[in-house]
Design a protein around this ligand. Structure first.
Ligand code: BES
Ligand code: MN
Ligand code: ZN
Length: 509
C-alpha cells in the first residue's frame, strides 16, 4: 500500500473518497466549512438531523454531487475532543480504512486528524494514522483458495497537509508508521501461520532473511551446540519433538561505538501441546501462537534496522515445539540449565520458563544494558488482565518507567505486577534448586519469579503477552481476529526513545 502527501485545500483533492474527521458535539472544523459550503450545506444537514453526530468510530457516506473534486465524503466520528488520544485516531483510521475497502474503493484521501492534541506533533499524528490504516487493513488469507479475484484492496492513501512547512514532517511520520505497522503485520503472519509451516527451522530461515536484507549478524545454534553449551532446560522441552530445535541469535550493531546492547528475548514455542502434561483439546489449535514473543523480536529487529536506530540490539529466540512422545521429558525429571541451576519439572506444560531460563542466561553473556523478554507465558495472565494489557514484571524502576512511557505513547497497555519474595516459596523444590510450577495462586507472578532466577543484576523487564497476542473475540478497529502483533510497537517506541535520550545526553557532554 502506498502513502503520499497531498497539498492544497480540501475542496481541490481529487480522490475516490475524502475522509473528514468530526468531533462529537462540535461545529464543523474550519477546513471542513469550505467543503460544506461548496456542497450546499449537506454536512450541516446530516449533523442537524442527527444522522451523524461524530460519536467515536461512527461513519457516514455523503455524496458531493461533483460540486467539489471528490465525488464522495466519509464523515468519521472522532468522539469528544476532551477524550481524544493518539490511539483513538489510530482506531478511527483503522475503522475508516476497513469500511472504504468494504465499499470497494481502492484509493482515499484524508485530512490529518487530531491537530491540536497536546504534546503531539503532526509527525506523530501522521504516523498513528498510517499505523491505523495498515494494521486495520490486515487480512490473513494465505490458505483461502476461493479468494475473490480481483480482491477488494485499498492501494493508496493520500494525507492532506495544507501547510507546506509541515509536509516533510507528515512524510516522515507516514514512512515510520508504514514500516512499523508492516512489521507488526509480519509478526501477525508468522503467528497466524500454523505450526506445520512455522517450525523452529522456519523461524531460523526468517531470521536469516532479515539478517541478509539488513546486514545483521546471525547465529543459529543446533541441538548439538545446545548440548555442548549445556542448555539442559531448552533441550528438556525439545526432547519430545522430531522438529530440530533452533537457538536463534540476531545481532544488530546500529550504534557507532561498541556500547552495551539491549537484549530482546522472545518465547518461541512453535507449538505448545503441553507435552506429557497434555493440554485439553479445546482451543489447543491456538497454541501455534506460542511463538508470538519470538516473532515480535524478529519484527522488532527488522524495523530497528530499517529505521537505522543508533543502538546495539541482540535478539534471542529459543525455538522448539513442545510435544509428547516416547522421548519426551517426564514430569519429575530434573534438568540442569545453562546457568548451572537445576529445575525439577513438575508440569511439562510450564515449558516457556524452561526455554527462557536458558535464553536469559545466554543473553547475559553479552552484558546487556537491559534485557526485555516477551512471552505467552501463563494462562493466569489472561485470567488476571484479560486481553487488553500485558503483565509487566521488572527488577529496575528506571527500565520499567521507560517501558511504561512507551506504553503510554503507543497505546499498547502494560500493567505492573509484583515480584515479591514471599511468592518464591511456591517454586522451591524438595530435590532441585527450583521447580517449574508454583501452583495456581499467582501463576503469572511465580512464573516471572522463576525467570528472575536467571537474570541476576541486569536491568530486566518481563512482559507476559499471553492475553494480548491473540484476538479470539470480535475484530477491533485496527486489531482483526487472530494474531494481534501487539508488543512490537511498544518495543520500537522504547528503543526509539532510548536512542533519542542517548543522543541528548551525548550532546550535553
Ligand atoms: N503457552 C502457555 C500459556 C498460555 C495459555 C498462553 C493460554 C496463551 C494462552 C504456557 O506454556 C502454559 O501452558 N502455561 C501453563 C503453566 C502451568 C502449567 C503452571 C498455564 O498457564 O496453564
Ligand atoms: Mn505450556
Ligand atoms: Zn507455552
Amino acid at each position: 500500500m502506498e502513502f503520499k502527501v497531498q497539498r492544497g485545500p480540501l475542496t481541490k483533492q481529487t480522490t475516490e473518497i475524502l475522509v473528514l474527521g468530526h468531533y462529537e458535539g462540535e461545529g464543523l472544523l474550519p477546513e471542513v466549512m469550505s467543503i460544506d459550503k461548496a456542497i450546499g450545506g449537506k454536512i450541516r444537514e446530516v449533523l442537524s438531523t442527527e444522522e451523524f453526530g461524530g460519536k467515536f468510530l461512527q461513519t457516514l457516506l455523503v455524496r458531493t454531487d461533483r460540486k467539489i473534486a471528490s465525488p464522495r465524503l466519509l464523515l468519521l466520528g472522532l468522539g469528544k475532543r476532551a477524550e481524544a488520544t493518539l490511539d483513538r485516531i489510530r482506531q478511527a483510521m483503522g475503522r475508516a480504512a476497513t469500511q472504504i475497502r468494504e465499499m470497494g474503493f481502492r484509493q482515499f484521501a484524508t485530512q490529518i486528524h487530531g491537530k491540536g492534541l497536546p504534546r503531539t506533533s503532526v509527525q506523530d499524528l501522521a504516523q498513528a494514522m498510517v499505523e491505523g490504516v495498515v494494521l486495520g487493513l490486515y487480512q490473513f488469507q494465505v490458505y483461502k483458495t476461493d479468494r475473490q479475484i480481483p480482491p477488494k484492496e485499498v492501494r493508496e492513501c493520500a494525507l492532506i497537509e495544507p501547510d507546506d512547512k509541515k509536509v516533510v514532517e507528515v512524510q516522515m511520520g507516514a514512512l515510520r508508521g508504514k514500516l512499523i505497522a508492516e512489521a507488526a503485520n509480519y509478526v501477525r503472519d508468522l503467528c497466524n501461520t500454523p505450526s506445520n509451516v512455522v517450525t523452529p527451522s522456519r523461524l531460523a530461515e526468517e531470521a536469516k532473511k532479515i539478517a541478509s536484507d539488513y546486514h545483521l549478524r546471525l547465529e543459529v545454534l543446533e541441538r548439538a551446540d545446545m548440548e555442548r553449551l549445556g542448555m539442559g532446560a531448552l533441550l528438556g522441552v525439545a526432547r519430545g519433538t522430531v522438529e530440530p530445535p533452533k537457538f536463534i541469535v540476531l545481532e544488530y550493531d546500529g550504534a557507532k561505538k561498541k556500547g552495551r546492547p539491549v537484549a530482546l528475548i522472545g518465547k518461541s514455542v512453535t507449538f505448545d501441546s503441553g507435552g506429557i502434561s497434555l493440554k485439553p483439546a479445546e482451543n489447543m489449535e491456538q497454541m501455534k501462537y506460542d511463538m508470538s514473543g519470538g516473532a515480535t523480536v524478529l519484527g522488532t529487529m527488522r524495523v530497528a534496522a530499517q529505521l537505522k536506530l543508533p543502538l546495539n540490539i541482540i535478539g534471542v529466540l529459543p525455538a522448539t515445539d513442545n510435544m509428547p512422545s516416547g522421548t519426551a521429558m517426564h514430569p519429575g525429571d530434573v534438568l540442569t540449565t545453562l546457568s548451572g541451576k537445576t529445575v525439577e519439572v513438575i508440569n511439562t506444560d510450564a515449558e516457556g520458563r524452561l526455554c527462557l531460563a536458558d535464553a536469559l542466561a545466554y543473553a547475559k553473556r553479552y552484558e546487556p544494558a537491559a534485557m526485555i523478554d516477551l512471552a505467552t507465558l501463563t494462562g493466569a495472565c489472561v485470567i488476571a488482565l484479560g486481553h487488553h494489557a500485558m503483565a509487566l514484571f521488572g527488577n529496575d524502576p528506571k527500565l520499567t518507567a521507560q517501558i511504561q512511557k512507551a506504553s503510554d505513547e503507543t497505546g499498547e497497555r502494560v500493567w505492573e505486577m509484583p515480584l515479591w519474595e514471599e511468592y518464591h516459596d511456591q517454586i522451591k523444590s524438595e530435590i532441585a534448586d527450583l521447580k517449574n510450577t508454583g501452583g495456581r495462586p499467582g501463576g503469572s507472578i511465580t512464573a516471572a519469579l522463576f525467570l528472575k532466577q536467571f537474570v541476576g543484576e541486569t536491568p530486566w523487564v518481563h512482559l507476559d503477552i499471553a492475553g494480548t497476542s491473540w484476538n479470539g473475540e470480535k475484530p477491533r478497529p485496527y486489531i482483526p481476529k487472530g494474531s494481534t502483533g501487539t508488543g512490537l510497537r511498544l518495543l520500537v517506541q522504547y528503543l526509539a526513545n532510548l536512542a533519542k535520550q542517548q543522543k541528548r545526553s551525548r550532546g550535553a557532554i
